[in-house]
Design a protein around this ligand. Structure first.
Ligand SMILES: N[C@H](CCC[C@H](N)C(=O)O)C(=O)O
Length: 269
């Protein structure tokens, strides 16, 4: 089975075209095996390239724990670069069917190579009952804001972000009773003027170097609460994303996508 490894700011993915999967039809098990960083290829998630009846192409995303997510921001930038450069689609703007709806990436191409991708991430969905809401998580209290960007996100504003807090409280909030299907958790520090810092504990994955939908959710929550402007730069662990929220409208994410390597694998069992 042929696969391609890619990443968006270190949020890394294995990409496989559906016709390659053959007997491996259980994508939950396939994602668990392939994403394992010791016994498999290693990745935050598995992206499946599939045919669509309603759009140019379909993307399915499975987290490392095997759970299928509705959407993936860093993943769809990698997916868009892959389908263009492998000649599957020959357009620089196209429609991708996802469980979160049809998402539209636009490719910025130099000499036939995709240099960066802009994604129309659609409109954020809020829950008025979960805006700066104080909750208990273990031995701490956090004020959380819920923003759905196709996948559920909680945004927590902090004076300082430290990884120990993320590792300790991320999983507690991920499985909080308010979120029966779990949630991603974004720890956000406001920057100087038009920038924020984001680190994400991802549902079904854990601490990642970047989360595209989480960064959009964080930017929207910062703007909505008056902490940041509509257009800002988000600093992640391994680089920046540009986020623009046409107020009360769609969110646009601009960022890179990189190839790492191609490979093939036959699973033992
Ligand atoms: N873990 C997420 C899916 C991946 C989202 C993230 N990798 C992104 O770039 O948006 C979830 O289960 O909701």
């Amino acid at each position: 089975m042929k696969f391609t490894k890619m990443h968006g700011l270190g949020n890394d993915f294995i990409i496989i075209e559906e016709e390659q999967t053959g007997k491996y039809s259980d994508y939950t098990v396939l994602a668990q095996k392939l994403c394992d960083r010791h016994f498999g290829i290693g990745a935050d998630g598995l992206l499946i390239v599939a045919k669509s009846q309603i759009a140019d192409i379909k993307m399915r995303i499975f987290n490392a724990d095997g759970s299928e997510a509705e959407m993936c921001g860093n993943g769809i930038r990698c997916f868009a670069k892959y389908v263009y450069e492998r000649g599957i689609l020959k357009k620089d703007k196209f429609e991708v069917e996802t469980l979160a709806g049809v998402i539209i990436p636009t490719l910025y191409i130099k000499n036939g190579i995709v240099d960066s991708v802009m994604v129309d991430m659609g409109k954020p969905v809020f829950d008025d009952a979960i805006e700066d809401l104080p909750i208990e998580a273990g031995d701490r209290h956090f004020n959380i804001t819920y923003v759905n960007m196709g996948v559920p996100h909680v945004v927590v504003f902090m004076e300082e972000i430290n990884v120990e807090d993320i590792l300790k409280y991320g999983p507690i909030i991920e499985h909080h009773k308010l979120f029966p299907h779990g949630t991603n958790v974004n720890f956000v520090k406001i920057g100087n003027r038009d920038d924020i810092y984001v680190r994400t504990w991802e549902r079904g994955v854990g601490l990642t170097l970047a989360c595209g939908t989480g960064t959009c959710a964080s930017a929207v929550a910062a703007c909505k609460s008056g902490r940041a402007p509509e257009k800002l730069t988000a600093h992640l662990a391994a680089g920046d994303l540009r986020i623009e929220w046409v107020h009360n409208g769609n969110v646009y994410m601009y960022g890179p996508a990189e190839f790492v390597f191609d490979g093939s694998i036959e699973l033992s069992k």
